[in-house]
Each structure stands twice: as structure tokens, then as C-alpha cells.
Design a protein around this ligand. Structure first.
Ligand SMILES: *[C@@H]1O[C@H](CO)[C@@H](O)[C@H](O)[C@H]1NC(C)=O
Ligand SMILES: *[C@@H]1O[C@H](CO)[C@@H](O)[C@H](O)[C@H]1NC(C)=O
Ligand SMILES: *[C@@H]1O[C@H](CO)[C@@H](O)[C@H](O)[C@H]1NC(C)=O
Length: 398
């Protein structure tokens, strides 16, 4: 297949890869779509917090977030976005493809698209080609993962529920959970992988590389897999304590973006002492006092970004109980102090089953002199009995 050049550079020996030798890498062409936006200064200006009541003016519903020109129907979920060189990428999880007659054409554990037009928040252009449907993954499998792809009961899947961390105009990292189906019953988390994105903006190609099969084991906090924000060249990476707090505690690490792929440069925050340490915690029980957020309800998915309109950092999320409500917590710095009472900013239309995969970004509305954070693009996975797909909305704060 000419469309996707996939190379497996190292055999997936579990002993671990030699540094700098990826376990999987792939390069594919992307459409020449440009969606320019202005970065707002991602910095709390030490002035007063603004508009802290988070009153909402209105919410515009754009319907499905999808490629309206795709001749195939894609059923997919989850995912997250990020912007590189005036392009906004959307990555999604499990993607099932049907043709115009409804006949099954293929299935893969993730897919990728580009935002087509910020004025139409539902419009995407899929990055794929019809001839590759059913075989094209946005994130490459290792050889061992690939060898199980056809074994529906034991296959691996690579899923994300947050945005990527842009390190420069052309590079980003994105944390994805690697799960494995076990005899068709339980889905078991095997760890978290780090996908590195390299965009060639002139050649219009994206290269996705995984240095290691797992960047975090299931025993570690998976920093960056819940949320991230970059401020003044420092990436703040948020992890949920899934195992001991059941997704209620958020732990924080940080690293200079220029050294993000070198774990020895990372520091870990202890909210109890207010100190950063170079020693990565090895959790063996719940440690709420070390967490920057210890919520009264479990988080499912969310994003953190600076809002110029509010002069504060926002965490916009779904919780794990109701799943329809976009909620907000806020803080004057990435470290905190975070508010403890969340405010519901929007109850998303329910499908016939539960909704999940809340995502949001201010990037769509950082053009033409707009104030960053006054408007948010919202997305979530809307689920009917027979299908699920992302929906897009625009929320305007009052
Ligand atoms: C984005 O596009 C603008 C023009 O709209 C251009 O001035 C700027 O250099 C571009 N930025 C990048 C990183 O390509
Ligand atoms: C809680 O986290 C802090 C900071 O990482 C660490 O020093 C402490 O030992 C942890 N406590 C427990 C009970 O794990
Ligand atoms: C970015 O801001 C500048 C100055 O306000 C403006 O001239 C330009 O059109 C903006 N670019 C975009 C893509 O909105």
C-alpha cells in the first residue's frame, strides 16, 4: 500500500528499546488545509480574575464533528486535538467504517482528521484514503500489537481522551492508553504510550513515532494523559490517580518543552509541601494531599488551558457519573489553587445511551482580535443505541 509508509524499526522485544530506536513509526500525507489562529499570551497577568461566575451567553450546536465530504460513514469516539503550524488536528479512538449501503468496510483503533473551517466547528477533513479504510491507524502499532490486530478477542487498542502537547510549531507529543482485550471480556490497561508528532508543513506529511511501547506502566501516574498546558516553555502534565482514588485525584508533573522527551528533566509536584521534586512518586495508596486537585467526583475526560477572558486557567471536563455536563474548575496558575466547587456550564444533549469523551479548546475562537477563552469549541461523544460519534458546539461566555 503506497499511501501509508509504516516501518517497524525494532522488533518489539519486551526488554525495552535502545534509546532513540522507535518501536513504531509511520508517515502519511495530510491535506493542505490551513486554519490560522492567534496564540493568546498563555499567562496569568497577576491582575484580577475576570468573569469568574462562568455565566454562559449561548451554545450553538453544529451537529456531528466529521468530514461531510467523506463517502464513507465513520462511527468513532473519544479523542483530542492540538494545533501545529496553523493546522488543527483531531485524533479519535475506535473507528468503524461503513460504505453508503451501510456495509461494514473496516475497523481500526484510532483515526485522525483536520479541522476544515473554524466558522463551522463540525467540519473536518479525514486524513486517510478510501482504499486504506480498515487498515489505516493514526498511531502505529508495534510489530507484536499489529500481529494481534485481527484477533478481535485479544487485540490491542490505542485510545486517547485529551489533547496533544504542542512542543513547537511542528512537533507535539500525545499520550495514549494501550489497552488489550482479554478473551473478549475485560479490557485491560497495559500502560500508556507517548506518540511524537512531527509535521512537515511544506511537504504536508505527518510522522508519528513511538519510542517505547509504554512510557508509563499501569503502576505509575500517567502524567499528560488527563490534561496538559504549556506556559512560558514549561509543559504542565496532569495525571489522574485511577487506581487508588478512582479518578478523583489529579497529580502534576512538569518539564521544559525542549526536554519533554527526556524524563530525567521532569519534576513532580507535592501539593502538601508546595515543592517540586525530581523523584517520581511510586504510588501504593491514595495520596490526596499530594494532588493539585482532589475532586468530590471522579473525572472522565477534560482539558486545561489559559483563558484570557477569565484571566485564569480553566479545567473543562465531564465527570464519571452523569457524563452530560460540561463543568469547569479554575485556578490562577497551572499548579493552583484550583477551585473545589465545579460549575456546570453546559448540559450536552443526551443520546439514547451515556455520553463521554468531553473535549474543548479556545483555539477556534482566537482569530480576528477575539479574546481567547471567551468562546470555546466543545466536543463530546454522543451515543445512540446503534452508533456513536463526536458532536461539535460553540459555547460563548456571557
Ligand atoms: C500561520 O499563518 C500566518 C498567516 O495567516 C503566518 O503569518 C504564520 O507565520 C503562520 N504560522 C506558522 C507557524 O506557520
Ligand atoms: C505522597 O506524595 C508525596 C510527594 O510525592 C510523597 O513524598 C509521600 O511519600 C506520598 N505519601 C504516600 C502515603 O504515598
Ligand atoms: C492575529 O492578530 C493580529 C493583530 O490583532 C491580526 O491582524 C490578525 O488578523 C490575527 N490573525 C488571525 C488569524 O486572526
Amino acid at each position: 500500500m503506497l499511501f501509508v509508509k509504516t516501518i517497524f524499526l525494532a522488533s518489539a522485544l519486551f526488554a525495552g528499546s535502545i534509546r532513540g530506536t522507535p518501536v513504531a513509526s509511520t508517515t502519511y500525507p495530510i491535506p493542505t488545509i490551513i486554519t490560522p489562529y492567534n496564540k493568546t499570551s498563555p499567562e496569568y497577568d497577576a491582575g484580577e480574575l475576570q468573569n469568574s461566575d462562568f455565566e454562559v451567553h449561548d451554545v450553538l450546536d453544529f451537529g456531528a464533528l466529521k468530514d461531510y465530504n467523506n463517502e464513507y460513514a465513520l462511527d468513532r469516539d473519544g479523542g483530542g486535538s492540538c494545533s501545529l503550524s496553523n493546522r488543527t488536528f483531531w485524533f479519535f479512538c475506535d473507528t468503524i467504517v461503513a460504505d453508503a449501503t451501510g456495509a461494514f468496510r473496516g475497523f481500526y483503533s484510532n483515526s485522525v482528521a483536520l479541522a476544515l473551517d473554524y466558522n463551522h466547528a463540525g467540519w473536518l477533513r479525514d486524513i486517510s484514503a478510501s482504499s486504506t479504510y480498515g487498515t489505516f491507524s493514526a498511531i502505529p502499532f508495534t510489530e507484536e500489537e499489529e500481529s494481534m490486530a485481527k484477533d478481535i478477542f485479544n487485540r490491542y487498542a490505542i485510545w486517547t481522551y485529551t489533547d496533544c502537547v504542542a512542543l513547537s510549531d511542528t512537533t507535539a507529543v500525545h499520550f495514549w492508553e494501550v489497552v488489550q482485550f482479554s478473551s473478549g471480556e475485560d479490557i485491560v490497561s497495559r500502560g500508556t504510550t507517548m506518540a511524537v508528532y512531527n509535521l512537515d508543513p511544506d511537504g504536508n506529511e505527518l510522522t508519528v513515532t513511538r519510542e517505547d511501547q509504554f512510557y508509563y506502566s499501569v503502576e505509575e501516574y500517567a502524567y499528560g494523559s488527563f490534561a496538559n498546558v504549556v506556559v512560558d516553555g514549561i509543559a504542565y502534565l496532569y495525571a489522574l490517580d485511577v487506581k487508588y482514588s478512582y479518578r478523583q485525584d489529579v497529580h502534576l508533573a512538569c518539564a521544559p518543552v525542549s526536554q519533554l522527551t527526556d524524563k530525567s528533566s521532569w519534576k513532580y509536584f507535592d501539593a502538601a509541601s508546595g515543592e517540586w521534586s525530581s523523584t517520581q512518586p511510586s504510588p501504593s495508596e491514595r495520596n490526596a494531599s499530594a494532588a493539585v486537585i482532589s475532586n468530590s467526583m471522579p473525572f472522565s475526560s477534560g482539558n486545561i488551558y489559559y483563558s484570557e477572558y477569565h484571566n485564569q486557567y480553566l479545567l473543562v471536563f465531564f465527570n464519571n457519573w452523569i457524563d452530560n455536563m460540561f463543568r469547569v474548575l479554575s485556578a490562577p496558575t497551572p499548579v493552583g489553587p484550583w477551585t473545589t466547587d465545579n460549575k456546570v456550564i453546559f448540559e450536552a444533549p443526551a443520546g439514547k445511551s451515556y455520553n463521554y469523551g468531553a473535549q474543548s479548546t479556545p483555539v477556534y475562537y482566537q482569530t480576528d482580535g477575539q479574546t481567547g477563552g471567551k468562546n470555546l469549541m466543545l466536543a463530546y461523544t454522543y451515543q445512540d443505541f446503534l452508533s456513536k460519534y463526536p458532536k461539535a458546539m460553540k459555547l460563548k461566555f456571557a
